[in-house]
Design a protein around this ligand. Structure first.
Ligand code: UGA
Length: 368
């Protein structure tokens, strides 16, 4: 593939930073835009990387010029942590829909290919979670397996404002799709299903104000001795993917051999890595005890907490979501490699080492 000039918006986040490393390793010229550059610290000096510390919500910034000067745009900018959907729903709508739409429309104007990150949250809840579903086998994974072009979207009522994020992303997808129909816009939409790996989010003990995703809450609890809290009993299930597998798939979408990704939506996830959140808490505790715990110090307990207490009123949850990845398999020849236990071990190892480095403690016995 010839080297491209890639405008990577949101490059300083978890997915963006790993993707930027890969794009540079493949020989591309990257303009990375983000509020923060900490996760890019390994490559900030790279000769083919330009980092712009920019809030894309600012009135005046050179979006048009940057889009015009690139061969492809990747848009990862989002508020994607559920705690924020409850705390500041309007800002979640503004950033995830209004500001992202401006980027998509600049790509339409300048006829540039866009890779738009969306979310598996667009699918919402499963049919099996509906009170009157009357399914013969509600546990059958078929009811929780979502495909890009066939599945229904099932969201809760407006007063469950968690769904504003899902709705904003859904509307953005629909508008981008419509530009494809009416203006021949070349886009690809990606729906990530719970990626994990080094640099995911942040630990709550490091950033008292932020609300990360579940891995970071559990990791923090294990490191600081606080209880691991299971929201609504931890019955909800997720499929976790290692960021390395995810970036491999995303890069194949960047390559877009034969134009197979044009005007397509891709789920990226690992259907065989399903765990309940309770199982994840137990597995992380076991791994911590095996590799990282300091001798003689007991592991923190696992407790239950109500969703409205943990997040605030208006919380509702995706009960279960399994990606159908037939499209990525057939069009891109992609297959995820990491199992759930090994990806938790590797991600925990990174975060334990980081924590102990920052806080000046020796690193315990470590996996892989
Ligand atoms: C989030 C975003 O909403 C998605 O857009 C994104 O695609 C996804 O993360 C992702 O990482 O790919 P979600 O899986 O609900 O979705 O995010 P988490 O905050 O990690 O929550 C997972 C589950 O753990 C939820 O059921 C939540 O209630 C539960 N949880 C969270 C706990 O039981 N304890 C905690 O301390 C935190």
């Amino acid at each position: 593939m010839k080297a491209l000039r890639i405008l990577n918006l949101g490059a300083g986040g978890f997915i963006g930073s790993h993707l930027t490393q890969r794009l540079l390793a493949e020989g591309h010229v990257v303009t990375a835009v983000d509020l923060y550059s900490e996760k890019l610290s390994d490559c900030l000096e790279h000769p083919r990387l330009t980092f712009l510390g920019q809030d894309i919500r600012a009135q005046e910034w050179n979006l048009e010029e940057l889009v015009e000067g690139s061969d492809m745009v990747i848009d990862l900018i989002a508020y994607a942590n559920p705690g924020l959907y409850i705390r500041m729903p309007l800002e979640v709508f503004r950033l995830n829909f209004q500001e992202n739409l401006k980027i998509a429309e600049a790509c339409v104007r300048h006829d540039k290919r866009l890779i738009q990150f969306s979310t598996c949250e667009v699918y919402g809840r499963t049919a099996a979670s509906l009170p009157h579903a009357a399914l013969t086998d509600p546990e059958d994974p078929v009811h929780a397996t979502f495909s890009e072009d066939g599945s229904e979207f099932i969201l809760g009522p407006v007063n469950k404002h968690r769904w504003i994020y899902s709705s904003a992303k859904q509307l953005l997808e629909r508008v981008v799709h419509a530009y494809g129909l009416e203006a021949g816009f070349r886009y690809t939409i990606i729906r990530p299903f719970n990626f994990l790996g080094p640099k995911i989010d942040f630990l709550p003990s490091d950033n008292q104000d932020g609300i990360p995703r579940v891995f970071s809450f559990f990791m923090d609890a294990l490191l600081t001795g606080a209880p691991l809290q299971l929201v609504n009993g931890g019955r909800q299930r997720r499929c976790y993917s290692h960021i390395e597998d995810a970036v491999e798939c995303i890069y194949r979408i960047v390559e877009n051999r034969g134009g197979v990704c044009d005007r397509e939506i891709f789920n990226i996830g690992s259907p065989f890595n399903e765990v309940s959140i309770r199982q994840m808490a137990e597995m992380m505790s076991e791994i911590y005890a095996q590799y990282f715990a300091e001798p003689g110090i007991p592991l923190p307990e696992i407790v239950e907490v109500d969703g409205n207490t943990f997040y605030g009123q208006g919380y509702e949850d995706s009960d279960r979501r399994i990606p159908d990845i037939t499209k990525a398999r057939t069009l891109l020849g992609w297959e995820p490699q990491w199992g759930v236990r090994e990806l938790l071990e590797a991600t925990m190892k990174y975060h334990v080492e980081e924590f102990r480095r920052k806080h000046g403690k020796a690193v315990g016995r470590v996996a892989r």
